[in-house]
Design a protein around this ligand. Structure first.
Ligand SMILES: Nc1ncnc2c1ncn2[C@@H]1O[C@H](COP(=O)(O)OP(=O)(O)OP(=O)(O)O)[C@@H](O)[C@H]1O
Length: 234
């Protein structure tokens, strides 16, 4: 079944189209890398899909729902900026998540905390950047959601932490879930990707299955990304 269907999506900030007649669809049961240069529209797209940005032109459907309360119940969104209050402890963040989201799964959360070697009593203000990213990923991935939208979940953390975070992303994934993960760290993310969606100027530049693209071009996604963007400049 199609998880995300986007047709002729345009989102303007003033007169500037951050998303420009964007069309694509993504099926369930895969991990998709959303890639592209700074400012190509990745965060804007994720915000529209997450239902936090409701003013746009075009058609967007998440498992058959327009972005809104019904789609939000099925979508777990990890924004690119920290959404947790510094003064809180991890335990309190989990309680708030459980209050807010009916599909919050405490067992998954406890497992992910252990996996990350984090303690419920830890205060957010005392966590390093990498530990904080881990706490946020643990919260976002502990929902029994159908679609996960992760905006740069491993930016600014060391390579070992990136690896652990990515393993956590796929740890409890249901076979029919879709994960859309935006990143500039392509070679780090590549091992968990089934598909890539490369964007430029608010449009799709290249889309395809990772195995097919590798076979077709004989290149890693990181190499392909560099090449595709070089071609499109000429
Ligand atoms: N609130 C805003 N007001 C005006 N312009 C905006 C706003 N948010 C984003 N933009 C512009 O829209 C375009 C797309 O921004 P967006 O943040 O979606 O890109 P991105 O691909 O996520 O970039 P990055 O890789 O740097 O995170 C950029 O040109 C940006 O300057």
């Amino acid at each position: 079944m199609t998880a995300i269907e986007v047709q002729s999506l345009t989102k303007r900030y003033g007169r500037f189209p951050a998303l420009n007649n964007l069309t694509f669809s993504l099926g369930q049961g895969q991990v998709v890398g959303l890639m592209g240069e700074n400012g190509c529209g990745k965060t804007t797209l994720l915000k529209v899909l997450a239902g936090v940005m409701l003013q746009y032109d075009g058609e967007v459907s998440i498992l058959g729902h327009r972005p809104g309360p019904e789609s939000k119940a099925l979508v777990s969104f990890l924004p690119d900026q920290s959404f947790l209050a510094d003064g809180d402890r991890i335990r309190r963040c989990a309680d708030m998540y459980a209050d807010f989201f009916g599909d919050f799964n405490r067992e998954k959360f406890d497992d992910l905390l252990k996996f990350f070697r984090l303690e419920p009593a830890m205060k957010l203000s005392q966590l390093s950047k990498g530990m904080r990213e881990k706490a946020q990923i643990a919260l976002a991935m502990s929902r029994d959601a159908r679609v996960f939208l992760l905006d740069e979940p491993i930016s600014g953390v060391d390579p070992a932490a990136r690896d652990v975070i990515l393993r956590a992303v796929v740890r409890h994934l249901e076979p029919d879930s879709l994960v859309l993960i935006s990143t500039h760290l392509i070679s780090d993310v590549e091992p968990i990707l089934d598909r890539v969606l490369m964007m430029r100027y608010g449009q799709v530049l290249l889309e395809g299955g990772v195995d097919d693209l590798r076979e077709q071009h004989g290149k890693s996604m990181d190499q392909l990304f560099r090449e595709v963007y070089r071609w499109s400049e000429n």
